[in-house]
Design a protein around this ligand. Structure first.
Ligand SMILES: NC(=O)c1ccc[n+]([C@@H]2O[C@H](COP(=O)([O-])OP(=O)(O)OC[C@H]3O[C@@H](n4cnc5c(N)ncnc54)[C@H](OP(=O)(O)O)[C@@H]3O)[C@@H](O)[C@H]2O)c1
Length: 297
């Protein structure tokens, strides 16, 4: 039986990776950091990737063949507020994981972001485009990519954009937040000038596991295939729920009071992943429709 470690299995993408790997018959160990609800769950251990000795010890004792690293400081404005913490987790923490993987001969898949790009290109980004992040989150995640690829040329970097799906922990993401607000009959204000490639976490996890099982290496875009702004996402969600979109108000990012700069168009091209894996990434409309089914995968 193959052994896989998911560092950050308590997060949205991480829990889907754990589920996918278990379903494919792997022996999976997963980590959490602050989400104590995971403490009592089978196959979960506590790990802070800022502790290099703990990282090395876990990798040595479990000896996985594959390591998935979705763990990160993911709150973009919080990263801007606490740049040292963001650097320690997203860059230095990733380096500890990459080094430990190298030492035990494990292949690493590092989860990255569309925010490594400035958005100034004005159209979809390809894997070969030069990253030019405009905020601390993007800068620290880019460093995470570099240390992953420097550690071993067989490692993988998978970039995603606006992850969505139902979370076991109940932690909200853009889509579940919006669904909740619409259900409560609240008015919402949504940016019309941030174009992204929304990524359905359960499907993305499947794609990552498939990539890890292949001979592929280097950088891949594994987001959804759309290039859509957040306002249009919100309208699509209202339509899917059979609700009136009149309570959704368009707002410009400049008027949103966000601390960190956001790229305007950080859409990703998924041609390469679709071509090498011979599959189609999941369109947003399909993902939100699946979310409303009992086994939304
Ligand atoms: N969310 C998005 O829209 C989005 C967009 C683009 C890229 N990404 C990337 O996709 C990945 C997954 O995102 P997500 O939304 O699924 O994340 P998430 O739900 O915010 O979960 C983050 C995970 O990281 C763990 N973690 C945080 N600090 C840690 C530390 N110091 N040591 C060890 N683990 C730590 C958390 O553990 P606890 O919960 O136990 O604290 C949790 O398991 C991230 O790498 C993110 O940068 C996300």
């Amino acid at each position: 039986m193959e052994r896989s470690l998911v560092v950050g299995g308590s997060g949205l993408l991480g829990q889907n990776l754990v589920r996918e790997l278990r379903a494919s018959g792997e022996d999976v160990l997963s980590t959490y950091s602050s989400n104590e609800a995971s403490a009592s769950r089978e196959g979960f251990v506590k790990l802070d990737i800022r502790d290099p000795d703990a990282v090395a010890e876990l990798l040595y004792s479990f000896s996985p063949r594959h390591v998935y690293l979705p763990a990160a400081m993911t709150n973009v404005d919080q990263c801007e507020r606490s740049p040292t913490q963001a650097w320690d987790i997203n860059a230095v923490g990733t380096m500890s994981v990459a080094k430990a993987c190298k030492n035990v001969g494990a292949r690493l898949l590092y989860v990255s972001t569309d925010y490594v790009f400035s958005g100034m290109k004005g159209s979809r980004y390809y894997e070969f485009d030069n990253p030019d992040p405009v905020n601390i989150y993007g800068q620290t995640k880019l460093e995470g990519e570099r240390v992953t690829l420097d550690a071993d040329r067989h490692n993988l970097v998978c970039r995603v954009s606006v992850l969505y799906g139902r979370s076991e922990s109940g932690k909200l993401n853009f889509v579940t937040w919006l669904m909740g607000e619409l259900m409560k009959g609240n008015k919402v204000r949504v940016f019309h000038d941030q174009y992204v490639s929304p990524t359905y976490a359960p499907h993305c996890a499947k794609v990552m596991v498939k990539l890890m099982g292949s001979e592929e290496k280097g950088v891949f875009h594994t987001s959804g295939p759309d290039c859509i702004n957040r306002y249009d996402m919100a309208v699509a969600i209202a339509n899917e729920m059979g609700m009136d979109a009149a309570s959704i108000e368009k707002v410009a990012t400049a008027d949103g009071g966000l601390l960190a700069r956001r790229p305007e168009v950080s859409c990703l091209s998924v041609d390469m992943a679709e071509s090498v894996l011979d599959l189609a990434m999941m369109p947003f409309k399909e993902g939100i429709s699946l979310m409303n089914r009992p086994n939304g995968r």
